[in-house]
Write a protein that binds this ligand. Structure first.
Ligand code: SAM
Length: 287
């Protein structure tokens, strides 16, 4: 069955009485080359256990199953379960788990399902859960890589060079743990129904150790997030708002001690700058 053929998709879904849900981000791929390219980009092979989110009717699941040792696909929409039972029947290494990826214990799932395999993530993500899902994949440290189809602008932001205005706190959080790269674009007309935006594949590979060394990770991220709290303001003003109880002069002194200009904005800083700034702020009294 060609799971990307529009007529096949419509007939299959009609037979199962399925209706597309906008709130579940249900935009299904209609070009077989795209799931094949995404699965290839994930690097999945027989040594990998792939966690897929939102299999839909299974076009990417099938491509992953052809390459990986095992595929576990988490689907929230119960009405897709009988569809997947039919379309995934030829793939004994695919297991469907009904649930909300944001509520599952993914570490425990990987231990239970991927014994002896290297866990990775690969998915055409529903747009509305992109950030919390990515955060969860990063925080579940067993996943060696994450390859996802997401909104194009988000993929560009998350792979933006450090210190460029396109980036942000979440881009830097991701890049602290992972090397990120935007691979290729997928135009909106390749989906059924067509979304309002174009998409792109983002590939993230976990670093052996974080991009910079910090002595207090919680404080480092407090400073990093604080720098973007008032995005249009200078770093000193944004940090003054984010770190109540700390006087502006000591923040200014710490910024200058790192060799940064006193009127710099948070978006101009690299992870290395933030690491130095967090250390300088820790050393000043009144933290
Ligand atoms: N993989 C299919 C494809 O590429 O054609 C469908 C991708 S579609 C963009 C997103 C899928 O994620 C839908 O099947 C939707 O039901 C499912 N989904 C939405 N929210 C979810 C969640 N919180 N947990 C698991 N699956 C979810």
């Amino acid at each position: 069955m060609n799971l990307c053929d529009r007529d096949t998709i419509r007939a299959l879904l009609e037979r199962h009485g399925f209706r597309f849900s906008k709130s579940l981000g249900q935009n299904f791929l209609t070009d077989p080359q795209i799931p094949a390219d995404i699965a290839a980009a994930s690097g999945a092979d027989e040594n990998c256990g792939v966690l897929e989110i939102g299999p839909g009717i299974g076009p990417l699941t099938a491509e992953l199953a052809r390459r990986a040792g095992k595929v576990v696909s988490v689907e929230l929409d119960r009405t897709l379960l009988p569809v997947l039972a039919e379309t995934m029947a030829p793939f004994p290494n695919v297991e469907i788990v009904q649930g909300d990826v944001l509520r599952l214990d993914l570490g425990a799932l990987a231990v239970e399902k991927f014994r002896g395999l290297t866990p990775i993530v690969c998915a055409n993500l529903p747009y509305n859960i992109t950030s919390p899902a990515l955060q969860k994949f990063v925080e579940t440290s067993c996943f060696r890589s994450v390859t996802v189809l997401i909104q194009k602008e988000v993929a560009q932001r998350l792979s933006a060079p450090q210190g460029s205005p396109e980036g942000g706190a979440f881009s830097l959080f991701l890049q602290y743990h992972m090397e990120t790269e935007a691979l290729f674009e997928v135009p909106r007309d390749k989906f059924l129904p067509a979304p309002k935006v174009d998409s792109a594949v983002l590939r993230c590979v976990r670093r052996d150790r974080p991009a910079v060394e910090v002595s207090d990770e919680a404080f480092f991220f407090k400073v990093l997030r604080g720098a973007f709290l008032l995005r249009r303001k200078t770093l000193v003003n944004s940090l003054s708002a984010a770190l109540p109880g700390r006087d502006k002069a000591s923040i200014q002194a710490a910024i200058e001690a790192c060799g940064l200009h006193s009127s710099v904005r948070g978006e101009r800083l690299t992870l290395r700058d933030f690491a130095a700034l967090a250390e300088a702020l820790r050393e000043k009294p009144g933290i």
